[in-house]
Design a protein around this ligand. Structure first.
Ligand SMILES: [Ca+2]
Ligand SMILES: [Ca+2]
Ligand SMILES: [Ca+2]
Length: 519
């Protein structure tokens, strides 16, 4: 019997997936998975998580028709530019054409403002004046509004994390980066394609599902597991160079949901009238699976997620053109020189790396690997989490290694709506092991929902998204990206850099506007 310890935290709360410690590394299994069919049916989108989680009862503020019932122009007034040849007498005569009462010349402006009789239609009056030979143009005084990009995604109003970062005005400067930028997501995989595998397990498996709790799960035999692309994440051309360092092939199917949730915050399809929004919604995504979770363990994946798989993933991503690497992963314990080496390599290849700062503040606040390396490298940033009140999330680790903050959510202070909403698997269909051996059955990886997670994992995804925006804007050196983020960050806590908030909360708009200084 094969006993594996798992570092998985509560399924509902997408805390950092700590690397599992392996009791004994197994030889490559003769069972495992094999491709059953290249494609399965498209994913099923079950919408916002129901039950104990917040329902989408309120209409999304962003779905209201913008400006529908609002005045389009200032009543009773017009803008007119008279031709230079028009005499004062001619100008006065023209007022009569529109029942105008007076004109006012604006200092240093080549046009006049004409006051109309109350109730006059400025558009009709403008049309009449424009037809006059002494008038170059006439128009109503149309109201101008901020062009802040507000995504039409129906659940956007539940994503407090983007307004907290002033993303609507940041997207005005750079709307979601572009497909020229690839972000690698080193995680539990990603729901990136429609594919099915046969998995075989003929032996009961003893698996530690939480600390000091090991359950013997019955053998499922050979099962046909359908996986699907997350409907609000994947579109044609979105995915590049997927690879799986847990199964040793190029099918990094997410068998957990964490990686898919993280990928959503980085690049969820946005303004597509579906679901939620993401930070850098035009980037390409590279799923790189470096972590195993329950189902990988149960079906005896050849690798389980250790420092070496992480190192391989980092090198692979850098070698295959990813310019931003998201590492919402970590562990506590001794340093990982093999990962440090890989980080240095990735930077030398021009890749920026964001690493989760760890969720164990309340559990002794250990130094998180691999975030601890961030202060050694310009171009690697460690990320802590704030809630919607900008306070440090209670779980978010602190220390001299901490560099920047981003929204990660805090259920303890702000409730479930204070967590980070994204699309990933409906865990009712994946976590059939939650009740132990009772009711244990094969999972489905093709049923999706919008669900709240919290953690420095979620915070890290925002930093990766901002890195992609900066890269596309022309700040391409990893060190320059880090410098731009730090110099533009909003200081929190005690004045200046501190161990609780690092350099502060990322400020995407300010970072994007800092071009030229940091380029
Ligand atoms: Ca969407
Ligand atoms: Ca750094
Ligand atoms: Ca501070």
């Amino acid at each position: 019997m094969n006993i594996r310890r798992r570092g998985r935290a509560a399924a509902l709360i997408g805390v950092v997936v700590w690397l599992a410690t392996v009791a004994a590394q197994d030889v490559l299994p003769t069972v495992g998975r094999r491709t059953a069919s290249p494609a399965s049916a498209p994913g099923i989108d079950r919408g916002l998580r129901a039950g104990s989680f917040l329902r989408a009862a309120r209409p999304a503020a962003g779905s209201r028709a913008r400006g529908a019932a609002r005045a389009r122009y200032v009543p009773g007034s017009l803008i007119v530019k008279f031709r230079a040849s028009a005499t004062p007498a001619a100008r006065a005569a023209l007022l009569g054409v529109v029942d105008g009462r007076a004109t006012a010349r604006i200092a240093n402006a080549p046009f006049d403002l004409v006051t109309l009789e109350a109730g006059a239609d400025p558009e009709a009056a403008a049309q009449r004046l424009s037809a006059q030979p002494d008038v170059e143009y006439a128009q109503a005084r149309y109201l101008v509004r901020p062009m802040a990009f507000r995504p039409n995604d129906p659940l956007y109003s539940l994503q407090w994390n983007y307004p907290l970062l002033d993303m609507e005005r940041a997207w005005d400067i750079n709307p979601g980066a572009s497909s020229s930028v690839t972000v690698a997501v080193l995680d539990t995989g990603m729901a990136y394609t429609n594919i099915a595998f046969d998995y075989t397990q003929n032996t009961p498996q003893a698996i530690e599902i939480s600390e000091n709790q090991t359950v013997v799960f019955p053998a499922l035999g050979t099962v046909h597991l359908a996986s699907a692309a997350a409907p609000d994440l994947v579109t044609a051309g979105r995915i590049v160079a997927p690879f799986d360092f847990i199964w040793g092939d190029n099918s990094p199917v997410d068998m957990d949901g964490h990686g898919t949730h993280v990928a959503g915050t980085i690049g969820q399809l946005t303004n597509n009238s579906v679901g939620v929004a993401g930070m850098a919604f035009n980037v390409k995504l590279m799923p790189v699976k470096v972590l195993a979770n329950f189902w990988d363990d149960y079906f005896l994946s050849p690798f389980v997620g250790t420092d070496d798989t992480v190192a391989l993933g980092i090198r692979y991503a850098a070698d295959n053109g990813a310019k931003v690497l998201n590492m919402s992963i970590g562990r506590e314990g001794p340093p990982a020189p093999v990962v440090r080496d890989a980080i240095a390599y990735a930077i030398s290849k021009g890749a920026f790396i964001a690493i989760a700062g760890g969720n164990d503040f309340l559990d002794g606040n250990p130094v998180p690997q691999f975030a601890a390396y961030s202060t050694e490298f310009e171009g690697v940033v460690s990320v802590g989490a704030v809630g919607r009140d900008r306070q440090r999330a209670v779980y978010s680790g602190t220390g001299s290694w901490l560099e920047l903050m981003a929204p990660g959510g805090d259920v303890t202070r702000n409730g479930v709506p204070g967590m980070i909403l994204q699309q990933t698997y409906d865990f009712d269909f994946t976590d059939t092991f939650l009740n132990g051996a009772v009711g244990f059955h094969a999972p489905r990886f093709d049923v999706f929902e919008y669900i709240y997670y919290e953690g420095t994992s979620m915070a890290t995804a925002h930093v990766s998204g901002l890195a992609a925006l900066l890269y596309q804007q022309g700040i391409t050196k990893p060190a320059a990206i880090e410098a731009a983020m730090k110099r533009s960050a909003t200081d929190l806590g005690t004045t200046g850099r501190d161990n609780e908030f690092g350099s502060g909360l990322i400020n995407p708009r300010a970072a994007l506007r800092g071009l030229g200084i940091f380029r």
